[in-house]
Design a protein around this ligand. Structure first.
Ligand SMILES: Cc1cc2nc3c(=O)[nH]c(=O)nc-3n(C[C@H](O)[C@H](O)[C@H](O)COP(=O)(O)O)c2cc1C
Length: 219
């Protein structure tokens, strides 16, 4: 067996139960301090992402670490445009609720991790994807969730930004065809984790009760 970042060996990571990490995790926008993350912490977070399950074990993800301030600013400007377009599309009452909501911390975090999905990885015959094509994309998203939870365990904040045009981000980072950027994650040290999600605190939308999401025997 080859030794890998995913081997279940004794490890130096912070001890936190998975439930604690799930509860601590927040989508972070305003709480980034801008302090750099230590290289070993970043390695552990990316290592956790890379341990995600994937259809046919294709591991269709890649991670582009972006720290260049010019790229961060350029992307933040693009996102500001997408935010304006969304705000303009809203009815007046929703626009008022949306106005104070911050939707990204691209520059403040000091680092973006762009997660990509490569549908061509593993070739034509992907075990388990022949019936449900989306399973490839699901796999890359699982890497993101691993990253998000590992970051929470490390006291590092993550904010997912999806206010962008995919061709724009593809071009900005020189992502080759057919690879798709599927998330820009703002990643950085935080002053604190909010206890309540921003969208709930600002009255946009709350979490629905678990009982509404659980169905017995039939939907
Ligand atoms: C696929 C996806 C895309 C998201 N895009 C954005 C975004 O563009 N801007 C933003 O502020 N939050 C974004 N979020 C974060 C959600 O708003 C957030 O997860 C949700 O409000 C629940 O809050 P919590 O993550 O703190 O529990 C995104 C989350 C997901 C899963």
């Amino acid at each position: 067996m080859t030794e890998s970042v995913c081997s279940p060996e004794t490890n130096p990571e912070p001890a936190l139960s998975v439930y604690d990490a799930i509860r601590r995790r927040r989508d972070v926008r305003a709480e980034f301090t801008g302090e750099p993350i230590a290289a070993d912490v970043l390695d552990r977070i990316l290592g956790a992402a890379h341990c995600a399950p994937s259809v046919g074990n294709t591991q269709p993800w890649d991670f582009v670490v972006v720290r260049d301030t010019e790229t961060l600013t350029t992307f933040a400007d693009h996102v500001a445009g997408a935010r304006r377009r969304f705000a303009d599309s809203l009815p007046e009452d929703r626009k008022k609720t949306f106005d104070p909501i911050k939707i990204e911390g691209i520059c403040e975090s000091g680092m973006g991790i762009v997660v990509t999905y490569d549908r061509s990885r593993g070739g034509e015959h992907i075990l388990g994807r022949h019936t449900v094509d989306d399973t490839g994309l699901f796999s890359a998203v699982l890497a993101i969730q691993n990253l998000w939870l590992a970051a929470a365990a490390e006291n590092v904040g993550v904010g997912w930004v999806s206010f962008y045009d995919e061709p724009y981000l593809t071009e900005l980072l020189g992502i080759p065809d057919p690879v798709r950027p599927i998330a820009w994650l703002c990643v950085g040290k935080v002053a604190e984790f909010q206890q309540v999600p921003d969208l709930e605190r600002f009255g946009w939308r709350g979490r629905r009760p678990l009982a509404d999401a659980v169905h017995l025997e039939k939907f």
